[in-house]
Design a protein around this ligand. Structure first.
Ligand code: SF4
Length: 285
């Protein structure tokens, strides 16, 4: 679990001890952690209008100044658990807009972090793939930043596509992909290259987990996304010598440990597995 998510959970628990608190959106995109927070009495709401506690907490994904102002205008106390690396992305976007660039975010349009990054802008575009560049209108200056959990490789491809499509435009790229995401992605590539089967642990709605699955799938033909050890199927390992294990930034260690324990327990049933070290690489950071 990255430090941004870990700190946000710790802050929520600290405030829950002091009084009722509602988290705006999902504190983490992991159902197991969300259930544990709910059990501690921490409420969740998808819209400020639905908050019934005196205190609202903004998640590690951050939010816009406009949303913060709206929240305070409703009389709610705000606790911000915004990750410092998301704040870096906010500052980058604000600087691009201030310097007269048309802001383009490489990321998922409906993701809470992207909504926060664009929430104070009047004009912007959000694109995810090279093909989306075709839909952009020409601007003399493009300022490109990324959702912090996007694979840097893809973001650079999109930036190159913008430069090719608009050769007369000034295209400025601010690399806002966070370091934990970069470290995890590169470790996952290294691991997937060596593995016959890769298991990626994380919530189905976790963007960085899904991106890890896609990255691993480019280097290994047999990649499986699981939320818990209960999702693991023994038949996935038929003929496998090496099984790789990695996890998204919002996956708690105990869930990963359970999956690892399950793989090690099942290792004796892998027809070709080494009895000593069935799990070859672990990309956790
Ligand atoms: S994934 Fe990166 S930006 Fe997001 S909370 Fe973790 S460290 Fe911060």
């Amino acid at each position: 679990m990255c430090f941004g998510v870990r700190d946000a959970i710790a802050l929520a628990l600290e405030h829950a001890d002091a009084g009722p608190v509602t988290v705006l959106g999902d504190l983490v995109h992991n159902p197991t952690v969300l259930s544990a927070l709910e059990a501690k009495g921490i409420a969740a709401a998808q819209d400020v209008a639905h908050v019934t506690t005196p205190t609202l907490m903004v998640t590690a994904h951050g939010t816009s100044e406009r949303t913060l102002a709206r929240t305070r205008a409703l009389g709610l106390a705000v606790v911000e658990a915004t990750c410092p690396l998301v704040r870096v992305a906010h500052r980058a976007v604000a600087a691009l807009a201030r310097d007269g660039y048309h802001v383009v975010i490489v990321g998922q349009r409906d993701h809470v972090e992207v909504r926060g990054l664009t929430g104070d802008l009047d004009r912007f575009d959000v694109i995810l793939e090279d093909n989306d560049v075709l839909a952009l209108e020409e601007h003399p200056r493009f300022g490109v930043a990324a959702q912090t959990t996007q694979p840097l490789e893809r973001v650079r491809r999109v930036v190159d596509s913008i430069r090719r499509r608009f050769p007369r435009s000034d295209v400025r790229f601010m690399d806002t992909v966070c370091k934990p995401t970069k470290d995890r992605q590169s470790a996952a590539v290294e691991m997937a290259r060596q593995a016959d089967v890769v298991i990626v642990v994380g919530g189905r709605s976790s963007n960085n987990t899904r991106e890890l699955v896609k990255t691993c799938a480019r280097y290994c033909a047999r990649v499986h996304h699981v939320e818990t050890d209960k999702d693991v199927r023994p038949q996935w390992f038929d003929g496998a010598d090496v099984v790789g294990l990695t996890a998204g930034t919002s996956t708690p260690d105990d869930i990963i440990d359970c999956v690892e324990a399950r793989l090690r327990a099942d290792a004796s049933t892998f027809p070709n597995a080494s009895a000593d070290e069935p799990v070859e690489a672990d990309a956790r950071r």
